[in-house]
Design a binder for this molecule. Sequence first.
Ligand SMILES: [Zn+2]
Length: 461
Amino acid sequence: MKGMFAALILIASHACAVYGQTDSVMMERIYTASFEQGQAYEYLRYLTKKIGHRIAGSQKAEAAVQWSKSLMENLPFEKVYLQDVEVPYWERGKQEQAYVVTTGKPLQVLALGGSVATPLDGLEAEVVEVELLSDLRKHGDAVAGKIVFVNKPWDESIVETGVAYGLNSSQRSRGPAEAAKLGAVAYLFRSLSSSPDDDFPHTGGTRYVAGIDSIPAFAISAVGATLLSQTLKEDPSTRVHLANQSKWKGTVATHNVVAEWKGTQFPDQIITIGGHIDSWDVGEGAHDNGTGTMGTLDAIRTLMRLGYKPRHTIRLVFYMNEENGVHGAVKYGEQAKANGEQLIAAIESDAGGFAPRGFDIKSSADKVAWIQQHWKPLFEQKFWVSRFLQGSPGVDSGVWGAHFPNTLMFNFRPDPHRYFDIHHTAKDVFEAVDRRELQSGVAALASLLYLLDQHIEKVGR
Ligand SMILES: [Zn+2]
């Protein structure tokens, strides 16, 4: 009896020690495997160099879908399939042109996503400069017939660049309609770039409002914006020439790509992981979001290679059309809801492939506190991943999450410093991604996936 009691204590304490140890040993194996045998970087090389940028509805976006599907089919998933998605297709057309009429000085611009075209030979007008759209009203009638130029510099004091981006991004989407209301003929928006020395324009989505004229809308580089602002100070009657030939080309049938790794204990409980496969139509969509798709795929592949058997079903989703419509995420959510699926957790990667810093967690404060207490220490000391804070899910998870308010959601957060220097520009190419940083992110994603699969029942209890 006494001996048995001692043995029980021994088993209990042993089990306890092994429990924590098992996780840290597994994470070491994941990190080693990701650095030594990871494929995300090579997958990314193919996606960016052989396929290239891939705006939703384009042939390249569909090529990325088909190639991703074949990648997944070469891994031991039980099921790989495409989910039909209809997307509106917008085409940039011939390269935009912009210059200061008096000096001929060129300005670097990109049409904003969704923009209508100027007349074929362009348009020319005087410019009204403001920092905020709300200042436009002060100019009243003076806006009619002119180009509205919103020139709000990036707030460099904010370390988390996503916050600085968010402070000003609504002026990109609302601007053309606000300007058109006052009779403006075009909209020129200072690029959302974190660097004042950046001469690349950053595109991004914009919107028109029914019943208000649609006017051509452009992003101008930070350097161009500063130059134009100085020129206007010297001569307020300065005229600018703008030309683009963008247009909407109807709807196109395309797809989300989905792969399922069946759970051994709870096959009906699903952990979703993934990111968007489309990109803007400049650069190569490397950080946004080649790293997110190839990284999440490689995270699963890493666990597979280690002989791991998931308890819950792990479902990889490459969403279509995050950049200009989120129709893929809408479809995923509708379908999952119609099927009555149990989407217990989600991980999204759509913030670049820089060195991993942690995860934002959409959940209650007590669950986040539990994760901080039990999982953060496993990442923090050895792997330099320490951000586990309550926050927003990614865009796609946020959209389908409207149907699943109780899903525990994680938004992968790599280092934010350089992301908005290249975001939505011609600079977002394969060469801007570092292999070691990317594979470190893969290891962090695979580790979180492993911990969720092993312990989700304990989170917040
Ligand atoms: Zn993205």
